[in-house]
Design a protein around this ligand. Structure first.
Ligand code: NIG
Ligand code: ZN
Length: 409
């Protein structure tokens, strides 16, 4: 673990309590001007004016004219798959809907075929290179899902890839077993639900693959709310946190079901009901908003203003996947402002501390707070606002990426 002193930062986005934010507080970014940041043994030690080098061997980085911000937390990604779906982008531009392509055997089904046929080594390499891309855009923590296997064998291959990434990649990874992403052709959702609950989930649990969360695609024409509930409950019995796809294309009361299960997080939520919003707020369930998908699929945006008004813990994710190939949380924040009517402060907090909350990681990630992991970004700009305001080319805004107190790049 390394130690570094970031000197004369023009701005530091700091959080005294390091906790998730809701309501009006979500719209506040705490900024300290002309201060230093000291990281000792990989942890934030002190933020203040004119700090001294505490001992020999501490690296010093001149940050004059630069803003220092926490690294981003990406609350929802699908980084393990082979192939691409560039041709489907043309089909969607020509008017085909996401579900039409899916029902004709494209979409997730196409990616499942590619991923089943891909050797584990190649899949690992693909995943690691995608995480490199995320890191170059400032992501220091990412949730990573399986879900392009549908059969137990391929899901386990994907989870081994995520485990390897967890052990070797500088981005901190959380592993999510997406046990039911689509119904395999020729199979019935009820029969698949039974198989997943009775065979897949017990087999995955026994294999010790370091799974943190359980996920399903709870959607009309995929798995309904009751089938989803059964699989999520089976995951909960294994100690996995409930973090799933809900209310994206159709309102099927997945939000209500997630609240009954005390989910840790639910994603998408374009069609979330007002009663589920109230319940999420009471139960402190994170709502992970994915503006890339709403943008690409031209969906009605999720009711984010209502969620903020009702004090829901609103977080952001890139939803990186072959339908939404976006590595960049800065772009996600920008889209959140335009599509979901969030302000810059809300988007920034949703992409840092609240996304950390959605993964249960606020004790160690999501803000520059004494005692948390010393990972942060030095921007080639005097204010944090540039990272939300700028549209694209975000890698060039990253002057330095600091991981655990060491300059990564
Ligand atoms: N909606 C379901 N799953 C993914 C898309 C997966 C795919 O199209 O390959 C999502 O979160 O957007
Ligand atoms: Zn997803």
């Amino acid at each position: 673990m390394a130690s570094i002193l970031l000197k004369n930062c023009s701005e530091v986005v700091y959080s005294k309590d390091g906790k998730e934010k809701v309501g009006e507080a979500l719209g506040v970014v705490e900024v300290l001007h002309d201060v230093d940041v000291l990281i000792v043994d990989g942890k934030f030690k002190q933020v203040g004016k004119d700090l001294d080098v505490p001992f020999e061997g501490v690296e010093i980085l001149d940050c004059a004219g630069k803003a220092v911000i926490p690294g981003f937390v990406d609350g929802h990604t699908h980084p393990v798959f082979d192939g691409d779906r560039a041709n489907e982008f043309s089909m969607k531009l020509a008017g085909a809907s996401y579900m039409e392509i899916h029902e004709k055997g494209g979409g997730i089904h196409y990616t499942v075929d590619q991923t089943r046929n891909c050797p584990e080594e190649k899949l690992t390499e693909l995943c690691l290179r995608r995480l490199d891309q995320m890191l170059s855009h400032g992501t220091i923590v990412a949730e990573a899902k399986s879900g392009y296997g549908l059969d137990c064998e391929t899901e386990m291959k994907m989870l081994r890839v995520i485990k390897k990434a967890k052990e070797t990649h500088p981005v901190k990874i959380q592993s999510t077993y997406l046990c039911a992403h689509a119904v395999p052709p020729g199979r019935d959702p009820a029969e698949m639900t039974k198989e997943i609950v009775e065979e897949h989930i017990p087999t995955v649990a026994k294999a010790g693959l370091g799974v943190d969360n359980i996920d399903v695609f709870c959607e009309k024409g995929v798995y309904d709310a009751e089938q989803s509930r059964k699989m999520l409950e089976a995951g909960m019995e294994r100690g996995w946190h409930v973090n799933f796809h809900a209310e994206e294309l159709n309102y099927i009361q997945g939000g209500e079901m997630g609240c009954e299960l005390n989910a840790r997080a639910m994603s998408h939520l374009e069609l979330l009901s007002s009663s589920a919003i109230k319940s999420m707020s009471q139960k402190r369930i994170a709502g992970v908003i994915l503006p890339t998908t709403a943008y690409i699929l031209k969906l009605i945006p999720p009711p984010v203003r209502e969620m903020i008004r009702e004090n829901v813990i609103v977080a952001l994710g890139s939803d990186f996947n072959p339908n939404a190939p976006c590595f960049s949380m800065p772009l996600v924040m920008h889209l959140a402002c335009i599509i979901c009517k969030m302000n810059m402060e809300e988007a920034f907090n949703a992409a840092t501390i609240n996304a950390a909350y959605s993964l249960g990681l606020t004790d160690s990630y999501g803000s520059i707070t004494e005692g948390k992991v010393g990972s942060c970004l030095v921007l080639d700009a005097p204010s944090w606002k540039h990272i939300v305001y700028q549209l694209g080319n975000h890698q060039n805004l990253m002057k330095n990426i600091i991981i655990n107190g060491r300059i990564h790049s």
